[in-house]
Design a protein around this ligand. Structure first.
Ligand code: ADP
Ligand code: MG
Length: 358
């Protein structure tokens, strides 16, 4: 397996790109360490597939370089890059049996037949298709075909990396969970370099050690699930990760004080207050305390959702939407107010987090 470096990669599908908007990837400068399990997380259209195809060589970037273990592979063919890629939709040979489909990548590389047998049987077990080994792929359902695709991506252990592009889209929810756990287990056993693309935060957070969050053709944060939860570097990360996402409230700064409507919140540890006028406070619903009016900032409650272990209170603070997560057994006051855990408050200027001392 290899360490993969994307060095100042930009990509436009247009022949003569001019402004930033013309680029599907604005600038990506990112290293995937050898043996790391990464998720590439972001909404549809943010550039995940573009990035993956640049790594595997299906796409040549407009600008920048790509290195495997320090060597530029920009001009290498897909074959020479030696990458396994699993796509969103099945890629299988319909006329071959399930077994032969899985054995194909090994035979193609001249692996001895007894080893082919061993590896193929391991993968058949992993994807739970032992009973279909001798069946032609043609007659199988979309989810079974996708499992074959996944298996083909996993059958070789001598690849530089395994790339997964939303591989479980057509798989049913239970099997999705099983396969995801198995992928994680495989990673633990063999320390493959894995990059797993998804738009689903649960999938990303359970699979990966490090999550790379993308937004509009840019990497906005790379972090552990905990880092992304605690300190989103960009308001998009705050909003996209979490359920519900982070509350983001427009505020006016005056020195160390943030003002929301008539309320003032003191922010400690702020070295230099931001020069920008475009400032927002971010607070996760988990760190909003719901109290009786009289202490804290009054809110108008609009809805209460009971989701089992906790309740989501949706309200308005000075006309701005604000969610709070409260324990299941807490009663909801008639006239309510909120308090923020100030240690958990993040300040953003032009959407980027402003550093504060602890
Ligand atoms: P994701 O995988 O995150 O959904 P993509 O990498 O597929 O995003 O797409 C990123 C952007 O590039 C989108 O705006 C998409 O419309 C555009 N795009 C993707 N593929 C092509 C293509 N072959 N030609 C032109 N534009 C494309
Ligand atoms: Mg895609």
């Amino acid at each position: 397996m290899a360490r993969i470096e994307l060095s100042h990669i930009r990509h436009s599908y247009k022949p003569n790109p001019k402004s930033d908007e013309d680029y599907a990837l604005k600038e990506v400068h990112q290293t995937f360490e050898d043996g790391g399990a990464y998720a590439l997380l972001g909404p549809s259209g943010c550039g995940k597939t573009t990035l993956l195809n640049i790594i595997s060589g299906l796409l040549k970037p407009s600008e920048g370089d790509l290195l495997f273990d320090g060597t530029s592979v920009k001009d290498y063919s897909t074959q020479d890059r030696n990458i396994a890629q699993v796509f969103q939709f099945p890629v299988v040979y319909d006329t071959m049996t399930v077994y032969d489909n899985l054995a194909f990548p090994l035979r193609n590389r001249g692996v001895p037949e007894d080893e082919v047998g061993r590896k193929t049987r391991d993968i058949l077990e992993l994807i739970a298709l032992e009973h279909k080994a001798g069946s032609k792929a043609k007659g199988l359902g979309a989810d079974e075909k996708q499992k074959i695709s996944l298996g083909r991506g996993l059958v070789r252990s001598d690849v530089n990396a395994i790339l997964f592009d939303e591989p479980l889209t057509v798989i049913d929810p239970h099997m999705k969970w099983v396969l995801r756990s198995q992928l994680k287990e495989l990673h633990r056993q063999f320390a493959y370099t894995m990059v797993y693309v998804t738009h689903d935060q649960t999938e990303a957070l359970t699979f990966a050690d490090k999550v790379v969050v993308m937004h509009e053709g840019q990497v906005v944060q790379v972090g552990t699930p905990d880092e992304l939860f605690q300190n989103p570097e960009h308001t998009f990360v705050g909003y996209f990760i979490g359920s519900p996402g982070m509350n983001i409230l427009k505020c006016a700064m005056n020195g160390n004080q943030a003002r929301i409507g008539e309320h003032t919140i003191e922010l400690s540890g702020l070295g230099n207050p931001p020069a920008s006028q475009n400032t927002e406070l971010g607070i996760r619903p988990e760190f909003v305390r719901l109290t009786e009016a009289g202490s804290g900032m009054p809110i108008q409650i609009q809805a209460v959702e009971d989701v089992g272990r906790y309740k989501i209170v949706r309200g308005l603070l000075d006309g701005l939407p604000l969610n709070a997560v409260v324990p299941e057994d807490q009663s909801i006051p008639e006239s309510a107010a909120v308090e923020f855990d100030t240690q958990r408050l993040n300040l953003y200027a032009d959407s980027w987090r402003v550093a504060r001392e602890a």
